[in-house]
Design a binder for this molecule. Structure first.
Ligand code: SF4
Length: 312
């Protein structure tokens, strides 16, 4: 049985501008001890999936589908059970450490929080655990670091603090939502290596949400591509980078600097308007009549999935 299975997930937000269909009929499987990278442009629905799994969506969200984690449907369990799962069995690393960390609490207090909440340890014990975790994340002087505050650290150090906190209780599933956003290449490499090392030591699985294809390639077993709230392709990572099938995936790879930096023309459709046909057709050089009116299904090709009439 996979660790996590998301089945036919739909998420709609009611806003003053209309109904925003952020996630459309998305199904995801994450096997034990493997990493799935969910890639796509900002606003395509990736982070909404992460928030759905942890039931952290705001009150104006309507959600349906099933999210099976170790046999339990997370959309049906009571809030007390969900609170015991968050941070212990499923941990999330948010994309912006300056927002995720509380500026008025010390680093040691914040890293030690999972131990106080889930294991009932006292303040001193939780600080000791924080020292251990920061040491593990290669902080030079962890005993001093736990007494400091987020504003005294760089963005990269704060991101490592978030990773330390997320790994505290050896979660079965780590959700890393743009964990390298805003960091320079050297730091990105360090952080991704540390994250992957920790995941392997703890035998965790990971859902990595990123728009950075280099990061996704370096760490994942599977790639899943989202466009305008839909899954358009899924493949083993090596196969994906060798031969992306969907025209959007091909465009993403073509826009990398090493591939000549050819940006995909046009913009993603609004999540409010109801665009007929394939959601990518206004930007696709292969679009034909069928793509404007018909909706391509997700087709299975060997170990891959693709949503495009070119493969029908
Ligand atoms: Fe392009 Fe048509 Fe395939 Fe959509 S279905 S990606 S428009 S070829």
């Amino acid at each position: 049985m996979p660790l996590l299975t998301v089945e036919r997930l739909n998420v709609v937000f009611t806003t003053h501008q209309g109904r925003v269909k952020a996630v459309k009929n998305v199904s995801i499987t994450i096997p034990h001890q493997e990493t799935l990278a969910l890639i796509g442009e900002t606003g395509c629905g990736k982070s909404v999936i992460a928030q759905s799994i942890l039931r952290l969506l705001p009150g104006n969200a309507q959600i349906n589908g099933r999210i099976l984690f170790q046999g339990r449907d997370l959309l049906l369990v009571d809030e007390k059970t969900m609170a015991s799962i968050r941070g212990k069995e499923i941990a999330i690393i948010f994309q912006n450490p300056s927002l995720a960390l509380n500026p008025v609490y010390s680093i040691g207090w914040q890293v030690g929080e999972p131990f106080r909440i889930h294991q009932g340890v006292d303040r001193n014990q939780s600080i000791q655990e924080s020292v251990r975790l920061l040491s593990y994340m290669k902080f030079d002087k962890p005993e001093s670091a736990v007494k400091m505050y987020p504003f005294e650290f760089s963005g990269g150090m704060n991101q490592r603090v978030l990773i330390a906190s997320a790994l505290a209780l050896h979660p079965n599933l780590i959700i890393a939502d743009e964990p390298t956003q805003g960091l320079d290449r050297t730091l990105i490499k360090q952080i991704i290596e540390q994250l992957d090392r920790a995941r392997k030591i703890h035998s965790s699985s990971m859902l990595l949400i990123t728009h950075d294809l280099t990061v996704a390639r370096s760490i994942s077993d599977w790639i899943m591509v989202m466009y305008a709230g839909e899954i358009v392709e899924q493949a083993p990572t090596r196969d994906f980078f060798q031969s992306p099938l969907h025209p959007y995936s091909q465009g993403l790879l073509g826009s990398l600097p090493k591939n000549g930096f050819h940006p995909i023309p046009g913009q993603s459709p609004s999540m409010i308007e109801n665009l007929q046909g394939c959601q990518f057709h206004p930007r696709c050089k292969w679009a034909k009549e069928q793509c404007l009116n018909g909706k391509p299904e997700l087709l299975s090709l060997n170990r891959r999935l693709v949503r495009c009439f070119l493969y029908g």
